[in-house]
Design a protein around this ligand. Structure first.
Ligand code: PRP
Ligand code: MN
Ligand code: MG
Length: 186
């Protein structure tokens, strides 16, 4: 269906909730990255929405870059395999890199990026994720900053997708189980 109400079970975080998280995180990051001239890297595609709100709450000299790393699976489960699709343009050697993610789930994607950028000689590699799904963690990787912990439910909106859709929903909602079921039956 084309209607949000037909696919969302309930709102988990409203637009106001999300803006509060961005403000709190932005304030903390402003303190922690003062004078560090960080390279703030958004991870395509999910983090684009959070990235733009977060960095506008950071009163810090910085550069912005993007990379596309996908953990590939069937849309429900990540397989543990991670692929670098688009690299950062910047040289990360001796840089303080802050990775921005919409969600850390198994941790495979974040572990891959932290290892890669560390190998290239980054001075530090930290991550700020909007959501932290700790229950699902398979890799022992630190999420240095996050907006909220979430339970193991399928969340969409504000960058989070289901089969590459619903990213543009302005809040974060829990997907109705029947939406997933309908796809399984197709
Ligand atoms: C999602 C999400 C994170 C990653 C988290 O991205 O945006 O980047 O998965 O999963 P993990 O912790 O299990 O690795 P995805 O690879 O689906 O690409 P997308 O951002 O383009 O949706
Ligand atoms: Mn992603
Ligand atoms: Mg995805």
């Amino acid at each position: 269906s084309d209607n949000i109400n037909d696919i969302i079970d309930h709102v988990l975080y409203s637009q106001e909730d999300i803006q509060e998280m961005c403000k709190r995180l932005g304030k903390q990051l402003t303190e922690d990255y003062a004078g560090k001239d960080p390279l703030v890297v958004g991870v395509l595609k999910g983090a684009v929405f959070f990235m733009t709100d977060l960095v506008r709450q950071m009163d810090v000299k910085m550069q912005n870059d993007f990379m596309d790393v996908s953990s590939y699976g069937d849309g429900f489960e990540s397989s543990g395999k991670v692929r670098l699709d688009i690299d950062v343009q910047a040289d990360v050697k001796d840089r303080d890199v802050l990775l921005v993610e919409d969600i850390v789930d198994t941790g495979h994607t974040l572990k891959f990026m932290k290892d890669l950028l560390t190998e290239r000689g980054a001075k530090s590699v930290k991550c700020c994720a909007l959501l932290n799904k700790t229950e699902r963690r398979e890799d022992d990787v630190v999420v240095d900053y996050y907006g909220a912990k979430v339970a193991n439910e399928f969340v969409v909106g504000y960058g989070l997708d289901y089969l590459n859709e619903y990213r543009n929903i302005p809040f974060i909602g829990v997907l109705k189980p029947e939406v997933i079921q309908a796809n399984l039956n197709r």
